[in-house]
Ligand binder design. Structure first.
Ligand code: SF4
Ligand code: SF4
Length: 302
């Protein structure tokens, strides 16, 4: 049975491709971008999330119930030792305050399609469909391939939201059942790219070129983070590279937001994005006009 791990399904999404969409978030990502807003999607395995704001730190039922002794209360507050936790879910079931949750659940292709089918009427009315996002959906190629094939069999429009960080063989394999790629480009300088994302951009840029060459429809997404990639030098170089591919028409700019910060707390991980800021409006306007001067259709969000 073709199974994978997802960490969310978002219904009625309007920023993940055309029309009204159902977005399925697959777990696992080879990058660790400083500005990641879905840190619970980075690890491919399940993880426990703790909402301290919901836990009054009084009952400690979870402590006694945990077979792995993965929960502690060093300062009177619950702490999870993820290296011991095997995500059995016993503490989640026991906590009446719903302070504990597991990020990630194992599902079959059929189970995901069952959820997707509930929104078919919205897809048909709005020209929407399903978007596979993450994490990085290409981290689970067999599962993603199975999902895409099944969507195509049912005539559902498909979008894959990707960092492009995979072998081109993998991308080519799934591409035949993808109607549109939302492809992230972050920083053109490879040294800086490695510094802020943990990986080189060489294969990512090469994969984009190859994807365009095999005739796939691609919309570029650029996350904008103040002082990291919103400088004119980076934008100009990205624009020149994208123009050289000839077939890219649309770029969506995604100004940084603080959506990931609360999630780092729930994962009990240090937040590497704590000092990051959104680019000023004036800077975003300048970036838009540079990209438009290169002939791209530019949108904020999406
Ligand atoms: S069971 Fe829930 S409310 Fe009680 S201590 Fe554990 S996390 Fe907090
Ligand atoms: S999920 Fe299971 S192993 Fe993990 S902390 Fe809860 S009870 Fe312990």
């Amino acid at each position: 049975m073709n199974k994978g791990i997802i960490f969310d399904i978002k219904r009625y999404a309007i920023h993940d491709g055309p029309g009204i969409r159902t977005t399925v978030f697959l777990k696992g990502c080879p990058l660790c971008c400083l500005w990641c807003h879905n840190p619970e999607g980075q690890e491919i395995h399940k993880e426990i999330l703790l909402r301290r704001d919901r836990c009054p730190a009084e009952c400690f039922i979870c402590l006694d119930i945990c077979p792995q002794k993965a929960l502690r209360k060093p300062n009177g507050e619950i702490q999870v030792d993820n290296s011991r936790c095997d995500c059995c879910g016993k503490c989640v079931e026991a906590c009446v305050y719903e302070a504990l949750k597991i990020a990630g659940c194992e599902v079959t292709v059929e189970e995901v399609l069952e959820e997707i089918e509930k929104d078919r009427i919205f897809f048909e009315e709005s020209g929407g469909g399903v978007t596979f996002s993450g994490g990085e959906p290409l981290m689970q190629p067999d599962f993603l391939d199975g999902l895409l094939k099944e969507c195509k069999k049912r005539k559902i429009h498909t979008v894959v939201d990707t960092s492009g960080c995979a072998s081109f063989k993998t991308i080519e394999r799934i591409a035949k059942n993808v109607d549109l790629f939302l492809y992230d480009i972050k920083i053109i300088n490879d040294r800086k790219h490695k510094h802020y994302t943990g990986v080189s951009n060489k294969d990512i840029l090469e994969n984009l070129k190859n994807l365009v060459d095999i005739g796939k429809r691609v919309v570029i997404r650029i996350p904008l983070i103040a002082g990291i990639n919103d400088d004119i030098n980076n934008i100009e170089k990205m624009a020149r590279f994208l123009k050289s591919l000839r077939k890219i028409k649309q770029i969506n700019l995604l100004p940084y937001h603080k959506g990931g910060c609360a999630k780092y707390k729930r994962l009990q991980r240090e937040d590497p994005s704590a000092d990051l800021k959104q680019s000023p409006d004036e800077q975003i306007k300048s970036i838009m006009s540079i990209l438009m001067n290169y002939g791209f259709f530019v949108k904020i969000g999406g």
